[in-house]
Design a protein around this ligand. Structure first.
Ligand code: FAD
Ligand code: SIN
Length: 514
């Protein structure tokens, strides 16, 4: 079997597959993915992709909204690139035959929180991710891209400081294999499985961040994790997302007593930034002693709900809820990691030959909080730039951060709960979640550091993922503890205000990686 490729791409979501379609024009491509090809966050995306293609819109306006959401920490150059190159990437998806929704022959544009104009392009109403993922899969299958499913990448192999390939655990056969390549591209998605309530699929376990950290890559902005305000809250039902676009169409939030509370908290009411809405919901849940609030769309025309949100309508119906007649029980859930593997505007990490694209990467476009629907766009724009870079420079130029942190040493505790996924997710939800404090974060960091010393032996996918989640949780807790302020999605009760001193990034590097 051939085991050398020009490009190895790890992950088969929007970032990995789109990059693979561009890379195959340059050389041989191997896509490795740890589950079935379509398993990832991409196929669950509902709202859509933000791009300034409307007649009342412009890249400058999209830039302004993105910078405002990022709360002082966006990389201005990266946001400029994102908003300027958006339209070309959407054109590309149209050429690849993604069937975006249209009205009167023109692409329809939805409205979401903190966007000053409607600019969200969608497909199948609220099934944007599924349409994109399926289209990209079909396109990839028509090329010479080699895709290996159920292949867990466990290590980035470096030699002389350059990424040279990967180690893989082929878990149906339990075989360990090695593949080499000229370029390694991480497209492994996020880390939403860190939390008890999450919109993310099971594969979102931060493997790319953990692998990159161990190989010596810089990891930035881990304290900035976005919680989505409205995931369904029904006993025994996973927190299925109720898209922000539902509030964009006029859905309103009421507490358990039936009172519409958002106007009391923010000028934008239901369309205030996600962190504001999530914290307001938590406060109302506490006030009313309930584990949920309600998203009400019963005042909207039934045909609007069933045609604009067919996926959400069907899901709720299958769970005994007719949302045209009854409000939807919702609560916040973990959703998106703004931080990740630090890259420059060409998606290069500090390790030559290693790129990161999509949710695993920290390009700086999101700053302290992501503007809704900017992540699918980021995966396209910076995925394309990664491949462009490999065409112009076969010895990728590494970028460096002058100041970075190492994980601090912590004394192991003698009395900690046993390490398992349930205990980890509860600890992260309670102590490193929507509302944080030094006390809770210190406790979490100490427990995580103790667990790090007793990680299960790597024998299968679950044990490997648990180790990665503990490391990512530790990076998140330590960064959140260092950042003594509240900014964007990071909120601390002991430091409730923003501080100019903290208008900077927290970057970690593994001191043992050389
Ligand atoms: P993913 O699509 O998550 O793919 C990651 C891939 O990496 C998977 O194939 C996985 O199996 C693979 N992988 C991971 N680890 C390994 C390993 N060790 N070895 C091999 N393979 C590995 N964003 C928007 O812009 N608009 C939206 O409307 C929107 N809605 C969302 C709704 C939901 C419910 C969720 C969860 C997210 C939503 N987002 C949205 C965010 C967006 O969907 C994600 O950020 C984006 O899809 C990430 O794409 P990706 O390609 O980086 O990762
Ligand atoms: C949603 O549809 O609310 C999710 C959009 C996003 O996370 O960007």
């Amino acid at each position: 079997m051939m085991n050398h490729y020009d490009y190895i791409i790890i992950g088969s979501g929007i970032a990995g597959l789109y990059a693979a379609l561009l890379a195959i024009k340059q050389g041989s491509v191997l896509v490795l993915t740890k589950s079935s090809i379509d398993d990832g966050s991409t196929k669950h995306a509902q709202g859509g992709i933000a791009a300034a293609i409307g007649k009342d819109d412009s890249p400058e306006l999209h830039f302004k909204d993105t910078i405002a959401a990022g709360d002082g920490l966006c990389d201005v150059n990266a946001v400029n690139i994102l908003t300027k190159e958006a339209a070309e990437c959407i054109d590309d998806l149209i050429k690849l035959k993604v069937p975006f929704d249209k009205q009167d022959g023109k692409i329809s544009l939805g409205k979401e929180a903190a966007h000053s104009v409607p600019r969200i392009i969608h497909a199948g109403g609220d099934a944007t991710g599924e349409y994109i993922e399926n289209t990209l899969i079909q396109q990839v299958k028509s090329t010479k891209v080699k895709v290996l499913e159920h292949c867990l990448v466990t290590e980035i192999v470096t030699d002389g400081g350059r990424a040279q390939g990967v180690k893989v655990f082929d878990y149906p056969t339990n075989q360990v294999k090695e593949y080499s390549s000229h370029f390694v591209i991480l497209a492994t998605g996020g880390v939403g499985q860190l939390f008890k309530y999450t919109t993310n699929p099971n594969v979102a376990t931060g493997d790319g961040i953990a692998m990159a950290f161990k190989a010596g890559a810089e990891i930035s902005d881990m304290e900035f994790f976005q919680f989505h305000p409205t995931a369904i809250r029904l006993p025994g039902v996973a927190p299925f997302l109720i898209s922000e676009a539902v509030r964009g169409e006029g859905g309103i939030l009421k507490n358990a007593a039936g009172y519409r509370f958002m106007p009391d908290y923010a000028d934008g009411a239901e369309l205030a930034p996600r962190d504001v809405v999530s914290r307001s919901i938590l406060s109302e849940m506490k006030k009313t002693g309930s584990d949920k609030v309600f998203l009400d769309v019963t005042h909207l025309p039934a045909h609007l709900i069933t045609t604009r949100f067919p996926h959400i309508y069907r899901f709720c119906q299958e769970h005994g809820l007719d949302i045209t007649k009854e409000p939807i029980p919702v609560a916040p859930a973990a959703h998106y990691l703004m931080g990740g593997v630090k890259v420059n505007e060409w998606s290069e990490t500090n390790i030559p030959g290693l790129f990161a694209i999509g949710e695993v990467a920290c390009t700086g476009v999101h700053g302290a909080n992501r503007l809704a629907s900017n992540s699918l766009l980021e995966a396209l724009v910076f995925g394309r730039r990664a491949i462009q870079r490999t065409q112009t420079s076969h010895s990728a130029i590494a970028r460096k951060t002058n100041k970075y942190y190492s994980l601090p040493k912590r004394k192991p505790l003698s009395n900690v709960p046993p390490l398992n996924l349930t205990n980890l997710q509860s600890l992260m939800w309670n102590n490193v979640g929507i509302v944080r404090s030094a006390e809770g974060l210190t406790e979490a960091a100490n427990i995580l550091a103790t667990w790090e010393r007793s990680l299960p032996e790597f024998i299968d996918r679950a044990s490997y993922e648990l180790g990665n989640l503990v490391l990512c949780g530790r990076l998140m807790a330590e960064a959140a503890l260092l950042r003594e302020e509240s900014r964007g999605a990071h909120f601390r009760t002991d430091f409730p205000n923003k501080s100019p001193k903290w208008r900077r990034h927290i970057v970690f590097r593994n001191k043992h990686s050389g």
